[in-house]
Design a protein around this ligand. Structure first.
Ligand code: NGO
Length: 485
């Protein structure tokens, strides 16, 4: 069995194989009907079977989605999956757990099930739940814009690996990608281009809501990022009044070595009116608990300015009932304990981050030399950067989030996240290439118990996913570290 991420425990029962047939039905607890529908939607096109979803009715030979009655260890996100000759039974405490069970079930079907038959599932008893609460993927839609359909496609890809957070990097120097009704030029001007020029794009609030709902239906929470005070050229270019001299700089379509060149003006009062408006609209679009403020590489802001800026902006998030997350530079400011720092450094010791963990802050780990999906695999990778080194899939997989940063204990680690920055990524096929097979590696670090960690075994399981990705049209990187079939 080639389940990724590896489950907590799997017991095989060779006598218990279950075959999905034309008469198989799916019976779901009332609150689990949407998950039952999702399962049916995955299975129907390939099997051609009807697979009716019934509400909580006993079915003769069928697939059962039950809420409650699971081993207490499964918590909110885990599940039990029992496959026997007569039935497939999934049990969880919450629908999100059943959704995770469905992802496992999907991987247990023979590959033929992505385009043929027969549809036999191996007899198993699986108990499974995540190691970390936050298992994220970040997509930079600012440097290059990705359409709603393209982001949905990525959501579908990552959902299969039990990722539960999609962090959208919505603003940067090269583009502002979310409609803000009180400051409309942000999107219409700031979103009108991208790296290399071209038309860029932005999400209307309705489109953005649609993305959030699409993710939520897959138990993925969207964390929106408005990157401030640096990385703000697109905003400054949209509104002259945000600039000290009242003159808007030109739109920026480069990549440039001048990272961090732009900054909101921390001494201008309009800066704070602007951000209060933006964050009000963003909070209203966000069912999740976090708003991401970026806060990285504010090289054009002095230390006291940076601190005073955040002192003014942090309450704007809090008063809307949201918590703040920022890249780890945010720790330079005075923060509420609920603030989360996202570590993107390249060393395995970081004093400010360790001190923050000791003060009670939770940390999301995105070490750039392990988890950055925009790093090349090797010198032949056609897109990407190499400033944090080459990251082949064994490197992406080969670290323990629970002990990676010195003096950051596992209890302080909220989870892991794989950022995909898009300076060099102009097409969905580039997302495929950079995310696969590394996203499954980071997903496994976030989900699976450390006791399952084993590069050989992971590489073997991963290899079996290659043909599945092919069947799904994912143009993945055939890393030489993996013996693809
Ligand atoms: C850095 C920088 C981003 C770049 C990225 C490229 C962070 C947090 N800030 O990561 O603006 O896009 O590297 O790898």
């Amino acid at each position: 069995m080639n389940i990724v991420p590896a489950p907590v425990s799997v017991e095989r029962d060779p006598a218990g194989d279950f075959t999905i047939t034309a008469t198989t039905a799916i019976s779901a607890a009332p609150d689990a009907v949407p998950v039952g529908d999702h399962l049916a939607a995955v299975l129907r096109p390939s099997t051609g079977f009807r697979l009716p979803v019934v509400r909580d009715r006993p079915v003769d030979r069928g697939i059962l989605l039950a809420l409650g009655g699971a081993d207490p260890r499964v918590g909110d996100s885990g599940y039990q999956l029992d496959i026997g000759r007569q039935a497939v039974i999934m049990r969880a405490n919450m629908p999100s757990g059943l959704f995770a069970a469905v992802q496992t079930l999907r991987q247990l079907l023979p590959l033929a099930a992505e385009n043929g038959g027969p549809w036999t599932l191996p007899g198993v008893r699986i108990l499974d739940y995540p190691r970390f609460a936050h298992r994220g993927a970040m997509l930079d839609v600012s440097r290059h814009f990705f359409t709603v359909a393209e982001v949905k496609r990525y959501i579908d890809q990552i959902a299969q690996y039990k990722i539960n957070v999609l962090h959208l990097h919505l603003t940067d120097d090269q583009g502002w990608r979310i409609e803000v009704r009180s400051w409309p030029r942000l999107a219409t001007v700031g979103g009108s281009t991208q790296v290399g020029g071209g038309t860029g794009g932005y999400y209307t609030q309705d489109q953005y809501r649609e993305l959030v709902a699409y993710a939520a239906a897959r138990y993925i929470t969207v964390i929106p990022e408005i990157d401030v005070p640096g990385h703000t050229n697109a905003a400054l270019a949209s509104y002259p009044e945000l600039n000290r001299d009242g003159v808007a700089p030109p739109l920026f379509t480069g990549i440039g070595n001048a990272v961090g060149f732009s900054s909101l003006h921390t001494e201008l009062e309009i800066t704070y009116r602007f951000l209060d408006d933006v964050l009000a609209e963003l909070a209203a679009l966000t069912p999740g608990e976090y708003l991401h403020l970026g806060t990285d590489e504010a090289h054009a802001t002095t230390e006291p300015e940076y601190r005073r800026f955040l002192e003014r902006v942090l309450p704007m998030v809090a008063k809307r009932g949201k918590k703040v997350i920022g890249w780890h530079e945010i720790l330079r400011a005075e923060l509420p304990e609920s603030a989360v720092a996202q570590y993107w450094g390249t060393t395995s010791a970081h004093k400010e981050v360790a001190d923050a963990a000791a003060r009670g802050h939770r940390i999301v780990l995105s070490p750039a030399n392990r988890a950055y999906l925009d790093m090349k695999y090797d010198e032949d990778t056609p897109v990407g950067f190499e400033w944090a080194g080459f990251i082949d899939v064994d490197t992406a997989y080969g670290w323990d989030p629970g002990s990676y940063l010195r003096d950051v204990p596992e209890s302080a680690v909220l989870g892991v996240e794989a950022p995909l920055w898009s300076e060099t990524l102009s097409a969905p096929k580039h997302i495929d290439l950079m995310a696969f097979p590394r996203v499954p590696a980071i997903a496994e670090l976030g989900w699976s118990p450390w006791s399952t960690h084993d590069w050989e075994g992971f590489g073997r399981r991963l290899a079996a996913h290659g043909p599945r990705w092919e069947a799904q049209g994912i143009d993945f990187h055939r890393s030489s570290r993996v013996a693809w079939p």
